[in-house]
Ligand binder design. Structure first.
Ligand code: SF4
Ligand code: SF4
Length: 166
């Protein structure tokens, strides 16, 4: 079974929006916070608390924001005492893969599968719908150079093949 999760506290009660309060020691914008939440596995929506109309506009700006404006990876990758190293953040910076694998999506489905005893059929179906599967990875390593989080993508592709079969 796959759960579709709505995320509360997408701004961590506002702490992520200030340089001083943020655990990353650098403020994220509302758009970056929302994008981080919405790129987690199985997350379908984010609920935000607002106290004025400007804050509503700041959140709804997500709809028209550019990829650059949504990108949170630099702040997370440079966070002090970062615990993100080696963990895929599904940011997509590793693209393009020489074999056109959507690495972020493969990693997302893999991480979802790894936390379950049996891989649910719905998750297998989502993986099958990918145009290029992890089995196409030739280990060229070009993605490794681009990943700000030091993810061992080649190993991830191997794990995905083991779990999903292709
Ligand atoms: S492998 Fe690295 S660059 Fe690619 S999506 Fe994951 S964290 Fe981002
Ligand atoms: S190592 Fe594999 S996943 Fe990474 S770019 Fe090369 S073929 Fe794509």
């Amino acid at each position: 079974m796959i759960y579709i999760i709505p995320i509360p506290k997408g701004y961590a009660a506002g702490t992520l929006l200030g340089d001083k309060e943020s655990p990353f020691e650098k403020a994220l914008t509302p758009v970056q916070c929302l994008h981080y939440c919405l790129t987690r596995p199985a997350v379908a929506s984010v609920m935000v608390g607002v106290s004025n109309i400007d804050q509503i506009f700041a959140a709804t700006a997500y709809v028209t924001a550019s990829h650059k404006e949504k990108d949170y990876s630099e702040i997370l990758a440079n966070a002090p005492k970062s615990s993100f190293r080696g963990h895929c953040m599904y940011c997509g910076h590793c693209a393009p893969c020489s074999q056109q694998i959507d690495i972020a999506s493969v990693n997302k489905y893999l991480d979802l599968a790894l936390i379950q005893e049996d891989v649910p059929e719905t998750l297998k179906n989502h993986y099958e719908l990918l145009e290029h599967h992890a089995g196409k990875c030739i280990g060229c390593g070009s993605c490794l150079k681009n990943c700000p989080f030091g993810v061992d993508v080649i190993h991830k592709m191997e794990q995905a093949v083991q779990l999903f079969g292709n």
